[in-house]
Design a protein around this ligand. Structure first.
Ligand code: NDP
Length: 283
């Protein structure tokens, strides 16, 4: 069936645009956009993500700084490192790779990042700006979803969008981004009554739950656009929060896992970084 949203293709387009903006900024001002990633500890999945970010930066022609800190790092050491990286004029965007080891305070670390250099768009400043419709970095994963909806000309004005999940990094900002595009938005969570019935009203259904194949055919209206943010690691590989095989025949458009939303996240991180570099160069 030809109703797949090709996240790799949309991400490649975004990355191409970012590379072009990075090149132009460098040619015209001498500024090379730079991204720093601070990683604490040796979580294997995080190490893969960080390596991918580094590679993506290089491909986009950006300067990339990787700061590795031991799992025993204290909060004060982490915050001092964040301040040091934030003061580096060669760095325009920075992130602290999540999850941090349990003894560290994630919110305090995140909010130590100055808003101008927040490449993940996850600081309280960035969230406040999103909610008050001021320009600023957008949270990468939900912004990537919006980019996909636009790339596939999905009509958003007046559409009923149902977001399943209310986390700070996906569900909540996703709902605000959809609202900004004039969707009528419903947010569902673990206490929602009649999840199935509410999801079945959705013209656009976004799943960000973290439960393998939880949303099935009975959750989906015929002709809905289904975006699966979920990444679940099972013994036989990755799967999303949507039961893809059951839902694909009913959906007008649907994202696969992998190859859907996943590739968009790094692309949007690079986009936030080049935009921060442009702003710092007075553009
Ligand atoms: P969280 O665990 O922070 O949030 C999950 C949300 O789902 C919560 O709001 C929770 O509700 C809700 N939920 C849990 N169980 C149910 C249920 N039975 N019915 C309805 N709602 C439920 O996860 P994240 O938002 O961080 O991530 C969600 C998924 O997206 C994960 O699979 C994650 O791996 C993936 N992800 C993918 C990214 C990408 O790049 N593609 C990036 C980030 C995340 P409540 O608030 O009530 O507990």
């Amino acid at each position: 069936m030809d109703n797949l949203i090709d996240g790799k293709a949309v991400a490649a387009t975004v990355r191409g645009e970012v590379a072009e903006r990075t090149r132009r900024l460098h040619d015209e001002t001498g500024v090379r956009a730079g991204l720093a990633v601070i990683i604490v500890g040796e979580d294997p999945a995080s190490q893969v993500y960080v390596a991918n970010k580094h590679k993506a930066c290089e491909e986009a022609g950006m300067h990339s700084l990787q700061v590795e800190m031991p799992a025993t790092t204290t909060q004060a050491e982490l915050e001092a490192k964040i301040d040091e990286v934030a003061a580096d004029p060669a760095i325009h965007g920075m992130i602290v790779q999540m999850p941090l080891p349990d003894h560290l305070d994630t919110d305090a670390a995140l909010n130590r990042i100055p808003f101008e250099k927040d490449a993940d768009g996850l600081t309280a400043d960035a969230m406040g700006r999103l909610m008050t419709l001021q320009p600023g970095p957008l949270p990468c994963t939900p912004a990537g979803v919006m980019e996909m909806l636009k790339a596939y000309d999905v009509e958003m004005r007046g559409a009923h969008a149902v977001v399943v999940g209310r986390s700070e990094i996906v569900g909540k900002p996703q709902a605000h981004l959809l609202l900004k595009e004039d969707c009528t938005v419903t947010i569902c969570h673990s206490r929602t009554r009649d999840l199935e019935g509410i999801c079945r009203q959705a013209d656009i259904l976004v799943a960000a739950v973290g439960r393998p194949r939880m949303l099935g055919a009975d959750h989906v209206k015929d002709g809905a656009v289904v975006i699966d943010v979920g990444i679940n690691r099972l013994e036989d590989g990755l799967c999303g929060d949507v039961d893809f095989d059951a839902v694909q025949p009913k959906a007008r458009l649907i994202t696969p896992v992998p190859g859907g939303v996943g590739p968009m996240t790094i692309a949007m991180l690079l986009k936030n970084t080049v935009e921060a570099a442009e702003r710092s160069a007075g553009r």
